[in-house]
Design a protein around this ligand. Structure first.
Ligand code: CTP
Ligand code: CA
Length: 224
């Protein structure tokens, strides 16, 4: 499944990939969610396995078949994803945060379903910040561990991406321009990959597998 020079270059490596979109519960039947199909994260998992890696796939709310050979950890909310990713990443060689993590969650979870009151307007939902998992990975990194983030931007794509790469302490940041159905739920993707050390790499529109293979090329270069 991989191009020349990529054959089993990740053999003996353990990689952790997050995929999908977290859901922040409001009450037992409602949530605040993110638009992410999980396709890019699953493509990263399949290509890493094809190149010989052991893969832990932390999957939030995806409707996709488990990639053969991956250790899949299902999660719901951002906080569940944080616990699963941090636990799996301790000894990992690389961590790729392809998931859309909700930035905010409802400040209080209602244990019973919110009902309409006749004639009354709804109560506002107060939000609080979720922890930034990628920034935490950047801070906790082991020597030699490679940390990769994704960023979906609608404006000033490269400037925002560069800023985010530095702020989060990642080695690589895959920047997609989103909006107008450019990415979500589609089998293809286009991106610029920014590097803390090195030149940006432009990946033309193509299969999410092709983008995944370029990500693993850059990760592989950074693992001695
Ligand atoms: N991310 C994360 N934890 C969060 C939010 C984001 O780990 N609480 C990760 C995403 O998985 C992604 C990267 O950070 O790999 C960038 O996500 P993005 O939403 O683009 O960045 P934010 O820092 O949340 O900034 P913004 O205000 O643009 O949403
Ligand atoms: Ca965000």
């Amino acid at each position: 499944a991989s191009g020349s020079g990529r054959w089993l270059d990740l053999a003996g490596r353990h990689v952790v990939i997050s995929a999908g979109g977290t859901r922040e519960p409001i009450d037992p039947v409602r949530f605040i969610g993110n638009r992410s199909s999980g396709l890019q994260g699953y493509a990263l998992a399949r290509t890493a396995i094809a190149r010989g890696a052991r893969v832990t796939l932390v999957a939030a709310n995806v409707a996709l078949p488990d990639p053969a050979g991956a250790d899949v950890v299902p999660v719901g909310s951002a906080e569940e994803m944080r616990k699963a990713v941090i636990e799996a990443s301790g000894a990992a060689d690389a961590v790729v945060m392809a998931a859309a993590v909700a930035d905010f969650r409802p400040a209080d979870y209602r244990g019973s379903k919110i009902k309409k009151a006749p004639g009354a307007e709804p109560e506002p939902i107060h939000l609080i910040k979720n922890a930034d998992i990628l920034a935490e990975l950047g801070q906790r990194r082991r020597p030699g561990q490679v940390i990769v983030g994704f960023a979906a931007e609608t404006d000033d794509v490269l400037a925002n991406g560069r800023d985010k790469l530095v702020r989060k302490g990642a080695d690589l940041l895959v920047v997609n321009e989103v909006g107008a159905d450019l990415t979500f739920g589609r089998p293809d993707n286009a991106a610029v990959i920014l590097a803390a050390k090195g030149e940006p790499v432009e990946v033309p529109r193509g299969a999410k597998e092709a983008l995944a293979d370029v990500v693993w090329d850059l990760v592989s270069q950074r693992l001695e």
